[in-house]
Write a protein that binds this ligand. Structure first.
Ligand code: HEM
Length: 392
């Protein structure tokens, strides 16, 4: 059924593909069925050309892939530079310092929007066990009151389905930072910034000054935060939700969550201490999808163009629950360090989109190898003991 569906729809705009209304041929328009494997990105298209997902390569798909191979090498160079310049061990290329890893669940909402019911959010799917890692943005360890992005990475476990990578077979990762847009309209700019930032604060500022529209908005959001548990996080790039739709994700503390008290920022690890205190009571986030409205106001390839909420309102689709737990355990920290997150860990229904995301397929794996890390859990891995109650 799928091939005829595509053939029928490829050359024409059809209303609901019902065969009733046929208008002018539009060769750029590609429609896919929800359960298809997402189509690869286009070769570059004419400015203004529309498509169902508007995903097209930078320069050419061959040239782009060659650049990604270079980025993979550059990430490992960056890892060495970042550790060597500070006398620290080699860490993740970005998001080196963890505040903690929490176990929890991801539960699709019972009354979620029907448009969201694909992949891990399909009817009857979930709840899933999950591991959630909170982090700072740079690939070295620095005090938490420094300018930096903050990350929240969510790994769902026990996820079945065909997937583009085979380095893991049962997880679905969602990676977010506390800015709606990443630094850079594409991975070329992102990598340029990464090396500029490593050269020093002035060089980072120069990058922001020379990338006012594509770099500065995310860099303006790097002020220190009071608590990782209070923040809102965004996925930045776009993703399939089913092969036929593009979405961006965001997570916010659940309605009714008690905001963390504002504490002093004198302790270099105050975010870890705060997260540990918050974890003792448990944490809850609501996970939202913004559905692409059209290729112009909600573009795929220009990652630094924020999808406005008035045209793509965030729709709640799941709850991320982290029950009360104690993070102060060196074994948990060692486990947290080894975990390997990637937006490409997952099934086709959630395949990443856009240049910035396509590059991530290669650089996360390079970074994982560069730090000799990488571990895919199958459960709570022995950390699921009920909280200890003190004996009198
Ligand atoms: C689109 C927006 C992006 C978001 C929301 C994002 C978010 C994150 C998060 C949350 C982590 C930490 C994962 C963990 O806890 O282990 C991470 C790690 C990382 N990110 Fe990104 N990132 C983005 C773009 C990029 C780009 C464009 C690159 C490079 C081209 C990149 C390279 C990396 C690398 C190398 C790691 C470390 C991987 C590892 O060693 O496990 N990221 N990212």
């Amino acid at each position: 059924m799928r091939a005829p569906f595509r053939l029928l729809c490829l050359g024409a705009v059809l209303v609901g593909c019902s065969g009733i209304t046929v208008v002018a041929p539009r060769p750029e328009l590609r429609r896919v069925a929800p359960d298809d494997v997402p189509l690869p990105p286009f070769e570059p298209v004419a400015e203004g050309a529309e498509s169902m997902n508007s995903e097209y390569c930078l320069e050419s798909c061959t040239a782009e892939k060659a650049r990604f191979a270079e980025f993979a090498k550059q990430i490992q160079e960056l890892q060495k530079l970042q550790s060597g310049n500070r006398g620290q061990s080699v860490q993740r290329g970005f998001h080196g310092k963890a505040h903690g890893c929490l176990y929890g669940t991801v539960e699709p909402l019972p009354d979620r929007d029907p448009r969201s019911k694909f992949g891990v959010f399909a009817e009857g799917k979930g709840p899933y066990k999950a591991w959630i890692r909170f982090s700072n943005g740079v690939g070295w360890t620095q005090p938490d009151d420094e300018l930096d992005a903050r990350g929240m990475a969510v790994k769902l476990l026990g996820v079945d389905g065909a997937r583009p990578l085979n380095d893991e077979m049962q997880t679905q990762d969602f990676l977010m930072t506390n800015s709606p847009t990443p630094v850079g309209r594409n991975a070329e700019e992102f990598m340029k910034f990464a090396f500029a930032n490593e050269r020093g604060r002035l060089s980072g500022y120069w990058f922001a000054a020379t990338h006012i529209r594509t770099g500065a908005p995310a860099l303006m959001r790097t002020d220190p935060i009071d608590s990782a548990a209070n923040a809102q996080y965004w996925a930045g790039g776009a993703f399939h939700l089913g092969a036929h739709q593009a979405v961006k994700y965001t997570a916010k503390p659940c309605e009714g969550s008690v905001p963390r008290p504002k504490g002093p920022r004198t302790d270099p690890d105050y975010l870890r201490k705060d997260l540990n205190a918050a974890a003792k009571a448990g944490l809850c986030f609501t996970f939202y999808a913004q559905f692409q409205a059209d290729p112009k106001t909600t573009p795929i390839e220009h990652a630094s163009r924020e999808w406005p909420e008035d045209v793509a309102p965030p729709v709640p689709i799941a709850t991320i629950r982290m029950p009360a737990q104690d993070l102060a355990d060196p074994a948990r920290d060692a486990f947290c360090e080894k975990l390997s997150y990637s937006p490409w860990h997952g099934i086709y229904a959630h395949q990443p989109m856009g240049h910035i995301n396509r590059a991530r397929r290669y650089v996360y794996e390079a970074s994982r190898q560069g730090r000799a890390g990488g571990f895919e859990p199958h459960g709570y891995e022995g950390f699921d003991a009920p909280p200890q109650t003190p004996t009198k």
